[in-house]
Design a protein around this ligand. Structure first.
Ligand SMILES: [Zn+2]
Length: 254
């Protein structure tokens, strides 16, 4: 393949590839914003479920404390009946113990009810955020679906164009070329100007420049790996006749 003869096609191919890669990157990146929001909703929902479980647990505790207080009352009623028969006049130690116990249960109920109320407020807030986020996600997802559809259609169109430009390109070269264009931000083929690579400005040895000029095989810049070609502007101090067989300055086994 003589790159010098077909560099225009390769540049055109490169431009299509660069556009295609940019779009493919967009297709990959664009859904990430929505995905992150979906993740946030998932976390909020999980948090709500945990908080609801905690509320249930605390409500059960409150219920048990209330039951204990009722038991205390029942117990006291029984004791009072017994005391009618007994003689009084002694300090009522039992009654003090009962009211201490009741106070503790009431304290426990108060504490738990306060936590329950705070948790319920949090749950309510989270549920509002979830609804709001879900609404936004739904709108965003619809917009994104439309956008992605257009981008995918554009990729198909570019791939068709690609085939027209390079209908019979060697698959190995095609693969390699695509990788160079991808890795070099859309610039995979460059010319040689006054003996240096136009991609990375490395000064190339004259023998190598002559090989590029001859165009018998594809030459890659030893520094930036871009494909090099010879154009009218390539003339300069380093152009020589390529009649003699040059030594391999670079180990180009491609
Ligand atoms: Zn280079």
């Amino acid at each position: 393949m003589n790159v010098n003869e077909c560099h225009e096609q390769l540049v055109e191919y490169q431009n299509i590839l660069a556009e295609k890669f940019k779009i493919e990157k967009d297709i990959e990146e664009k859904p990430k914003v929505v995905e992150a929001r979906i993740e946030t909703v998932k976390k909020l929902k999980k948090q709500c479920v945990d908080q609801m479980d905690r509320v249930k647990e605390l409500e059960q505790k409150v219920f048990e404390c209330q039951k204990e207080i009722m038991n205390l009352y029942d117990q006291q009623k029984g004791d009072d009946k017994a005391k009618v028969i007994k003689k009084d006049g002694e300090p009522d130690k039992e009654r003090t113990v009962v009211s201490d116990k009741e106070a503790k249960y009431r304290q426990e109920i108060f504490k738990n009810q306060k936590i329950i109320s705070e948790l319920n407020q949090d749950i309510e807030k989270s549920q509002m955020s979830i609804s709001e986020l879900e609404r936004e996600i739904s709108v965003e997802q619809n917009r994104l679906d439309g956008e992605l559809e257009k981008l995918k259609a554009e990729v198909v169109r570019l791939s068709e164009e690609e085939k027209k430009i390079i209908p019979d390109m060697d698959p190995t070269f095609k693969y390699k070329f695509e990788r160079i264009v991808k890795n070099k931000e859309g610039l995979g083929i460059v010319t040689v100007t006054e003996g240096h690579c136009d991609g990375c400005y490395l000064v190339l040895p004259p023998e190598f420049v002559n090989k590029i000029r001859a165009g018998k095989e594809v030459q890659y810049c030893p520094n930036c790996s871009r494909i090099l070609y010879w154009s009218e502007n390539s003339q300069g101090i380093f152009s020589f006749d390529d009649s003699e067989d040059d030594d391999d300055y670079f180990d180009n086994d491609k």
